[in-house]
Design a protein around this ligand. Structure first.
Ligand code: HEM
Length: 441
């Protein structure tokens, strides 16, 4: 492996731009564009992106790949050691508040910790860790969260019985009910105006600096969230936020709501694999049938969600900007250089992972996936996702509940066996009911 960054020649830079970065931008970094995700699946864009980066890694011996995007210098890394450096040395000298991310997230969460200055991060990061109980596999309010999941799955079961099937739009609608209840309370469950506001702002955010900020909508979203935070329902993240710091909470909650969208996508993809593989479903059902005391941890269901995130990462690219000149091998890159970690490339790299294209939840349980800086579904280091355990709790319970229904995924033959497709458009997923459909709510 070479640590000295190499400047890509124009042909190589074009391959990275067209084959790796453009499809990611086209799909929408902040909210997915359904036509673009359908196109990405049809063309299996992640497979092509992996081929480009694998070729360039071999040709340049793992050196960080430097390309110019107008005035901007962007470095794409291809070695886990370089990912490790970027993530461990965050937020200084590698800040997560990259130009692109600030441009995007300022549309709806200008005070979110992810795009905060290092000074503001000093209190916003601990606030997030306290409210989300980052270190606890099961949040103190875990029972209330799994109640919200139970309520949502009962609703899904009703719709399933009514229509005999499930599509991504129905799933997403019910999913938002669960998210609103977990974050803001049962009183917010039906507040789709809030979701519509957030969605509109996220669509603007996809355009980053190229779109003006919609102050009217942003203020409306903020005041709606604040109305829930002012008198938070017990057993919600809003209540945990209120307790962790009432003044800091309003700036952080928009990120939580937005980030739950990715958790829904990961669950839906995991459900697709579960529905195509009876042995995975049987194991999930066995785990729920024998819960321990308290709110069940469901390690296998969690591992299924993690495996979905490995195979089809929802954070398509992890970005950093350097805040100071940084020395890489024999070169010094100036402050303001952008760095990109393309998750799909690292997550399925056969050079490191024997199970690169296979569905192997066990690898999250037996240590195979431990200590691998290339596996970054929730990022890593001091800026890693503080919501990881809340996500895994909610999604594992939802997946286990949904596994109780005898669902059959359309195009299931692509998912029944390995290797799994490189790109899966979760928005295009559809499920029917098998003959032995369980009626469990
Ligand atoms: C499947 C769902 C999710 C995934 C895959 C995910 C992934 C990530 C990743 C990759 C980052 C770091 C980005 C970077 O290094 O630049 C991050 C940051 C963050 N996530 Fe999540 N996330 C998810 C859901 C959530 C949820 C539901 C919450 C809150 C309830 C949350 C809260 C946060 C916060 C506050 C940060 C910023 C951390 C910081 O800047 O220090 N995430 N997440």
């Amino acid at each position: 492996m070479t640590s000295t960054p190499v400047d890509l020649n124009p042909a190589e830079a074009t391959r990275v731009l067209a084959g790796v970065l453009a499809p990611l931008v086209a799909q929408g970094a902040i909210v997915r564009r359904p036509q673009a995700t359908a196109w990405a699946e049809r063309h299996q864009t992640d497979r092509a992106a992996r081929a480009v980066l694998t070729g360039l890694r071999a040709r340049h011996d793992g050196a960080p790949l430097v390309l110019r995007l107008g005035p901007r210098r962007m470095v794409v890394v291809t070695e886990p050691g370089h990912v490790r450096r970027l993530l461990e040395e965050s937020p200084e000298p590698f800040t997560p508040a990259s130009k692109e991310k600030v441009g995007a997230l300022r549309h709806f969460q200008p005070d979110g910790v992810l795009i905060s200055s290092t000074a503001d991060r000093r209190y916003r990061r601990p606030f997030n860790e306290t409210a989300l109980r980052t270190e606890l596999p099961v949040h103190d309010d875990g029972a209330a969260f799994t109640d919200a999941v139970r309520h949502g799955t009962a609703e899904l079961a009703r719709r399933l019985r009514g229509s005999g099937g499930l599509d991504a739009a129905t799933f997403t609608d019910v999913w938002w009910g669960i998210v609103l209840q977990v974050v803001l309370g049962a009183g917010a469950r039906a507040d789709r105006e809030l979701v519509d506001l957030l969605d509109a702002l996220r669509r603007d955010a996809n355009w980053s600096w190229f779109h003006p900020r919609d102050e009217r909508r942003r203020t409306e979203l903020a005041s709606r969230i604040e109305s829930y935070l002012a008198a938070p329902e017990p057993g919600t993240l809003a209540a945990a936020a209120h307790a962790a710091g009432a003044a800091t909470a309003p700036g952080q909650v928009p990120h939580w709501l937005f980030a739950f969208d990715a958790a829904g996508a990961a669950t839906l993809r995991a459900l697709a694999v579960v529905s195509a593989r009876p042995e995975v479903r049987a194991r999930l059902l066995a785990e729920v049938a024998a819960p321990g005391p308290g709110t069940a941890l469901l390690p296998y269901a969690r591992a299924c969600v993690l495996e979905s995130l490995r195979l089809w990462p929802t954070t398509l690219v992890v970005l950093r900007d350097s805040t100071a000149p940084t020395v890489w091998g024999e070169r010094t890159l100036p402050a303001g250089t952008g760095f990109a970690v393309v998750s799909a490339f690292f997550h399925r790299d056969p050079a490191r992972l024997g199970h690169a294209d296979a569905f192997v939840p066990e690898a999250w349980l037996d240590g195979r996936n431990a200590d691998d800086w290339g596996l970054v579904p929730f990022s890593g280091g001091p800026v890693s996702c503080p919501g990881r355990n809340v996500v895994l709790l909610v999604t594992s319970h939802l997946l286990a509940h949904l596994a109780a229904h005898d669902l059959r995924v359309a195009r299931g033959r692509y998912l029944a066996e390995d290797p799994l497709p490189a790109t899966m458009d979760h928005l295009g997923l559809r499920f029917g009911l098998g003959e032995a459909a369980a009626d469990r709510p």
